[in-house]
Design a protein around this ligand. Sequence first.
Ligand code: ADP
Length: 247
Amino acid sequence: MTTVVDVEDVWFGYDTELAVKNVSLRIEEGQYIGLIGPNGSGKTTLLKLMLGLLQPDRGTVQLFGEPTAKFSSAKRIGYVSQRSTDKDVAMPMTVAEVVEMGRYAHRGRRRLRSSDRRIIDDALERVDIADLAGHRIDRLSGGQRQRAFIARALASEADLLALDEPTVGVDASSREAFYGLLSELNEEGITIVLIEHDLDIITTHVDTVACINQTLHYHGESARFLESDALTEAYGKHHGILHHDHS
Ligand code: ADP
């Protein structure tokens, strides 16, 4: 099995505040892993460390077998950051232009070829937004916008999708459809790492859970997560997060 991400005894702090300590975990090719933990528990920080957007103070992170500081194959990763559903971020680009960005790493300075066009069209079809290709991305609904970012990752032919709370602000039915799409992509072989606060999503869709609160409290099969003590350890006794939260 190929290891996609290998985190070894990683520590990271912002100025004086420790955000991640002593985390070790591996993500293998084809896995669908959910990162869960209370607000401010270091999930986004850990994801950024995994992708080389931050460098650890201690420990090592390898991405596709390379230290992240030297990693040079950005096209292998599709990252959808937390702000991508933020309606206040003006983005005067069409959906097609956003998805074309996925081809940059492949074509460099050359013009788009018909083969690139085909890949872009296929990506738009795959996420079911071909009809929106000419629409401005910042005028779409949150769910449609997320699909456009996934299409960008598909156009770059990414092997790893990293998603940071991708459905915040997305309505419940679009959310279900979106997670259905992610499951399909995972079944087709794409490795997925997902930050998600909804336990129902975590326990029904992902195969592996990593529960953190600075340090790792659980890393294993999602089916066993609820039986473990990790929820109480990471969230405290009165975590109250077992209920659905579609806010
Ligand atoms: P989560 O994604 O679990 O909500 P984060 O990784 O965003 O947690 O944050 C972990 C901790 O690091 C929090 O205490 C947060 O306030 C702090 N933090 C996050 N980003 C920064 C930053 N850019 N500068 C300083 N502190 C930060």
